[in-house]
Design a protein around this ligand. Structure first.
Ligand code: FRU
Length: 508
């Protein structure tokens, strides 16, 4: 069965089964809505789209179905932030029309007004997205995904779809979507990375309206357990010079099963992407970071990029136990490069103004040697959203356990395997999908003799940044009750400092 037919079938099954929302379900919604992660005000959300920085605002658009809590006719929802932490919900930016649903894509500021869509001196904000025509799909055609543009002359508050749409017609390939556009300085043209079934195609344009094919990449390299989606191509400049990163999400075949995002490191000459090796790399080793891409423009240079992902997995995203809203984004992250054993990798660190939501310390311990189990924190009221930093002077086995009376969420390191892990098998609420429970192993990409670990636990997610973000694990979890206890078990683990602190809601 084709991927989107599967989604649509899932959608109709779930909506037809859903009668009315019970008070028990509503209670769960409050319990699981993240305190410090972006969620839609109501109903369904998937991929982040059109992220662009302009006039002091970070724009976040997203795949949105405002009429149900499962996937359906896609719109672009919209929110803005000035600090990448607190978000203001804005009205829906793009609605489906006669050309189809509005699938994933990107947005750019057309500084030189190459498109001619600007007004006066103000450059236009141009969204480049995929139209998915459900009627042509139903009729069995394979040309139902095309690329289109829309523009805004008022900081993304109102949008006009370009009258010449689609700007890139379908050449007869069923999966042809998710344009990510950048301005390529050296060649002075716009470059679009497009997901085309099992590879990425690059197109170029002088004006965002006329697109010419440049090259294909990826048929015989990387992970291919599912269809390729949501590419992103961008440079990162480090001391050895410019390197180009190509992010590629795939529907299936991720390191923990289901959807995940891989990346390639190489060079891009304005036409062709050349990887520097054939290593398969993952942006995140958890099961819940998908379709992530980076912001266009911004108050930063090419040394790093700002990224956000959809915190779910297509294996179970439509049945996780929330009702009035569904899905959250990851914390925004800054991406940069590091080198380990002669290979380059991406480091991700949480970004945004975390200090602004830090309420106070819950516990602090210093200079302790853990040989059995030590309690870091016992908190009678339960804590739903908190951070934990641990610095160690040794790099031996450890396990941190977040628990309540009868549930456990574990984070640890296995010295023999040289692997970190997040274990979400000890939570009660996971019967909604038999693909949810699991222990997620992640390789250590560092050989220093100490650990530095940063953990963010929200009401239904955990993000762990090991070794300063060299290995990252992002996972959802659904507990019956909030955690009240944090313990650490170690094998002669020398802890320099461990601090747990409370994080407050970004919506208060
Ligand atoms: C990725 C994806 C994209 C598509 C969108 C549809 O999660 O499947 O390829 O544009 O979601 O909502």
């Amino acid at each position: 069965m084709k991927y989107f037919q599967f989604l649509i079938l899932g959608f109709s099954l779930i909506t037809s089964c859903k009668s009315s929302i019970t008070s028990e379900e509503l209670k769960d919604d409050e319990q699981y809505r993240p305190a410090f992660h972006f969620t839609p005000e109501k109903m369904w959300m998937n991929d982040p789209n059109g992220m662009v920085y302009f006039d002091g605002e970070y724009h976040l658009f997203y795949q949105h179905y405002p009429d149900s809590n499962v996937w359906g006719p896609m719109h672009w929802g919209h929110a803005v932030s000035t600090d990448l932490m607190h978000w203001e919900h804005l009205p829906i930016a793009l609605y489906p029309d006669s050309l189809g649903y509005i699938f994933s894509g990107s947005a750019v500021i057309d500084w030189e007004n190459t498109s001619g869509l600007g007004k006066g001196d103000k450059p236009p904000m141009v969204a480049v997205y995929t139209y998915h025509d459900p009627i042509r799909e139903k009729d069995g055609e394979n040309t139902y995904q095309t690329q289109a543009i829309a523009y805004s002359n008022d900081n993304g508050r109102s949008w006009t779809k370009y009258e010449g749409n689609p700007v890139l017609p379908n050449p007869g390939i069923q999966d042809f979507r998710d344009p990510k556009v950048i301005w390529h300085k050296k060649s002075g043209k716009w470059i679009m990375a497009l997901a085309v079934a099992d590879h990425i195609s690059f197109y170029s344009s002088p004006d965002l309206k006329d697109w010419s094919f440049e090259s294909d990449f990826g048929k015989d390299i990387g992970a291919h357990g599912g269809v390729w989606e949501c590419p992103d191509l961008f440079p990162i400049i480090e001391n050895i010079g410019e390197k180009w990163i190509l992010l590629v999400s795939l529907t299936n075949g991720g390191p923990q099963g289901g959807s995940a995002t891989q990346y390639f490191i190489g060079d891009f000459d304005g036409s062709v992407f050349t990887p520097e090796d054939t290593v398969t790399r993952w942006i995140d080793y958890g099961k819940d970071n998908y379709a992530g891409v980076t912001w266009s423009d911004g108050p930063f240079d090419d040394r790093s990029k700002l990224f956000i992902g959809w915190m779910s997995n297509w294996q179970y995203s439509q049945v996780v136990p929330t009702v009035t809203w569904r899905s959250a984004m990851t914390l925004p992250r800054t991406l940069s490069l590091f080198q380990f054993e002669n290979k380059k990798f991406i480091r991700s660190v949480p970004t945004g103004d975390l200090n602004s939501i830090t309420v106070g310390e819950l516990a602090r311990k210093a200079d302790m040697t853990v040989t059995e189990t030590d309690t870091v924190l016992k908190y009678p009221e339960g804590i739903g959203s908190f951070g934990l930093d641990m610095k160690c002077q040794s790099n031996v086995d450890f396990e941190l356990v977040f628990s309540n009376d009868n549930e456990f969420l574990k984070v640890g390191f296995d010295e023999n395997e040289n692997m970190y892990y997040v274990d979400r098998t000890g939570l009660n609420n996971q019967d909604f999908s038999n693909l949810f429970s699991g222990i997620h192993n992640a390789p250590r990409l560092d050989d220093r003799k100490f650990f530095e670990i940063e953990i963010f636990v929200d009401r239904s997610s955990i993000e762990v940044f090991f070794d300063g973000g060299k290995t990252v694990v992002t996972d959802l979890y659904f507990s019956d009750n909030e955690f009240t206890t944090i313990t650490v078990t170690g094998n002669d683990l020398l802890i320099e400092e461990i601090i747990a602190y409370e994080l407050q809601s970004i919506w208060d």
